[in-house]
Unconditional design. Structure first.
Length: 165
């Protein structure tokens, strides 16, 4: 809600919010909304180029495409996020004091532009919120006791399932 914006909110029909969680955006209403309630709408953001969007030198300019996700696609995105977090925990355990770039390489989160350090940071931020990792004084990630227990649980589950990280 905007601070001191009560009069403004009285003039508009609703207040919508978007929450970006690593490329998955959720749109929903906040506070007053004139009209029928609606369930949150989830989008996936993709960077694309089009022949119709060029700069003055004729180079393609990237733009963003927001694709509405179905419930199954939304569930798959959540599972992928959880899988990425598990993989990062294992990489931190196997590569102590690795930088974000080093972790991205270890996890093969590399694109044509280089290591995907931003993906490592977003994933690490979620793990910090859950108190599974902490940064040390050099800025590298260290497992907490809770994180070490989670790594053991992940390894046990993967051994039982017969898969390997």
């Amino acid at each position: 809600m905007p601070r001191g914006g009560g009069a403004f909110l009285n003039e508009v029909d609703g207040n919508l919010t978007c929450w970006n969680d690593g490329g998955t955006v959720t749109l929903h209403m906040l506070g007053k909304f004139r009209g029928p309630d609606f369930a949150p709408i989830t989008f996936q953001l993709q960077s694309i180029t089009s022949e119709r969007i060029k700069d003055s030198r004729g180079r393609l300019m990237p733009t963003v495409l927001a694709k509405v996700l179905s419930k199954d696609e939304e569930r798959a995105a959540e599972q992928q996020k959880s899988s990425d977090e598990d993989a990062l925990l294992l990489a931190i355990a196997d590569n102590p004091r690795a930088s974000f770039a080093g972790l991205a390489v270890a996890l093969r989160w590399v694109s044509e532009r280089g290591e995907n350090k931003a993906k490592v940071k977003r994933c690490a931020d979620r793990l910090k919120k859950d108190k599974l990792v902490n940064p040390d004084r050099r800025g590298t990630l260290c497992l907490t006791e809770k994180g070490e227990a989670e790594v053991e649980r992940i390894r046990l589950n993967r051994d039982l399932a017969g898969s390997r990280y």
